[in-house]
Design a protein around this ligand. Structure first.
Ligand code: COA
Length: 172
């Protein structure tokens, strides 16, 4: 843990708020999902249709094993975090609004989202599965307290336990 660089922008950290997604977020999430910068880093790089997205989104909003959070800076949505929960383990997915990538939002969303998850569920671990050429994502998860647990040519798996999270957040 001590080796983690805690060079987060603290002012930005305080200013970004997370809330549960609602129906008003449906269309912007499709725009982000279909953006080329997001698709080229995804395991599934196909364009998603409005119909397919609409069904997926309605399902996500009603499921108890999925938490979808929106990060906002003032009124501007800057990214989304999703957790798919199965037996106290949450798989995390994150994306920053395309024009806001590379400005330090990712680690803040991951940390705040992890805090929301651990406060509101009985989850004990968060797992991230990352495309090995997605350096920004690997760095963003490392900065947020995740460590590598497995890797192959197609995927790097990183994990953060609740204890990892609590000791990291205590240093902020
Ligand atoms: C991955 C993602 C969440 C990271 O969030 P972000 O706000 O862009 O990340 P940051 O600005 O904090 O950058 C994180 C680190 O990656 C570096 N970085 C950013 N873009 C980079 C790039 N294209 N290539 C290499 N490094 C990059 C930053 O310099 C920073 O490094 P540092 O910690 O040494 O300063 C965001 O870029 C994103 O949504 N990408 C598209 C979707 C995606 O890949 N999601 C993750 C799937 S697992």
């Amino acid at each position: 843990m001590d080796s983690i660089k805690l060079n987060l922008n603290k002012e930005l950290f305080e200013k970004i708020n997370l809330r549960l997604a609602d129906f008003s977020d449906r269309d912007i999430l499709l725009e982000w999902r279909n953006n080329i910068k997001v698709r080229e880093k995804s395991f599934n790089s196909q364009i998603i249709s409005k119909e397919e997205h609409g069904k997926w989104f309605n399902d996500v909003l009603t499921r108890e094993d999925v938490i979808l959070l929106i990060g906002a800076l003032g009124k501007k949505r800057v990214g989304q975090i999703r957790f798919n929960i199965n037996e106290k383990i949450a798989k995390i997915s994150v994306n920053v609004e395309p024009d806001s990538m590379g400005k330090g939002f990712g680690p803040i969303l991951i940390l705040k989202g992890s805090g929301f998850l651990f406060e509101n569920t009985d989850c004990e671990d968060i797992i991230a599965e990352i495309n090995p050429d997605n350096i920004a994502s690997i760095k963003a998860f490392s900065k947020s307290g995740f460590t590598e647990i497995a890797s192959d040519d197609n995927k790097i798996s990183m994990r953060e336990t609740k204890n990892d999270f609590l000791s990291l957040i205590a240093k902020l």
